[in-house]
Design a protein around this ligand. Sequence first.
Ligand code: UDX
Length: 440
Amino acid sequence: MKVAILGTGYVGLSTGVCLSDIGHDVICVDLNEAKINKLSQGISPIYEPGMQRLLTKNIDAGRLSFTTSHQEGLDHAEVVIIAVGTPQKDDGGVDLSYIEQAGKDIAVHVKQSTIVVIKSTVPVGTNEYVKRIIDEQFDGNHSIELVSNPEFLRQGSAIMDTIEADRIIIGAEKKEVAMKLQEMYRPLHVPIILTSIRSAEMIKYASNAFLATKISFINEIANLCESVGADVEDVVKGMGKDKRIGNSFLQPGIGYGGSCFPKDVKALLHTAELNGFDFSMLKETIAINDSQRRLLVAKAVNRFGNLKGRKIAMLGLSFKPETDDMREAPSITIARSLIEHGAKVTAYDPVATDNAKKIVEMDKVRFTSTISKAVKEADAIFIVTEWNEFRQMDISEIIKKMKSPIIFDGRNCLENNRIKECKTIEYYPIGRPPIIIGKN
Ligand code: UDX
């Protein structure tokens, strides 16, 4: 099948390489010339496991190509997938300008009957809106049908999440249109759920809002565990065994970040407000997440009295491991808050440092190239992202370099038995009893 993809971000690119890998003839269109040049040479612009291999493999096989020209990209496309960005607006709503532009480009350049698939996360009703934009602009007599086909891929496992998805949602009004999309995805052998367009749009928001709420819920349980002396990791184990609850997305920490959860929860709330519906639970999900991001600083203030002149080493910057993405990363709020409290901040991350350096709120942070350099003479360590490098570090050696051996673990990634091997340490995890050994 000849497939055109508009937008080469995480979603567009992952979809492009995976569809070409199952045999389709895929062309990806993006206006960013530098990015398209790189991609055409087989160089992935993002850090994503498996991406590089599939990119070169399918370019070499002649199934995957890239262009900045809409005319070239949309020529003869049987399916056009819109995977452009849908940034957040100041009022919590969604900026649809890239989507609108994609609709106009399709109206002008598509000269054959086509199925237009919206993969970008868009508020309920957007597919109908895009159909109107296309209908207003185009003057041919070929048919253009819209399909809502949201994605559920996670950064860091985008390829696996596409190839081995739990489900594929196809929201279409006409049976033959849905069948064509089913045929496109058939080689993946993933369960397909057919719905109306509006339900498909809603499934994406409901899923992300539910997962975000699950995280905020467990973070509140963790905070309560600290007050009552319970251990949230045991609580999660006990809860997760209940099949109705499940054990995923119950990892307590310093709040969810990234390009999706924060934006999508706010967008769903905005949709509710526009429809006169008071979705108070989502307001709480957001409020809990905001205060969770401040937890490590609050704990440090509690421990030290105040943070003036204290040197804090942040280990981890990206919003989660296996990505260099800094969008909505809790590390940004933490760094800003530490600086406001008068602390000196050093930071180390295995891959996200270059992106972190571009963030204005981080301009007073001193970035280092190793864990050792970051923790040298530090009054405390904040573990912000659970990279394997931190899980595996030699804790006794690390704390020797510090001024005082104090660790606030925002991701519960250090094992208790390794902490207990240290002669002197103060270890403060989330939702678990602290471990204090020796005198500081
Ligand atoms: C998410 C959704 O999982 C995906 O389906 C959607 O398409 C895009 O948004 P992503 O943002 O890549 O994917 O990351 P994810 O792994 O879901 O984590 C999001 C945030 O939640 C991270 O900051 C992570 O640290 C946090 N998280 C996740 C927790 O705090 N606890 C958990 O148990 C799981």
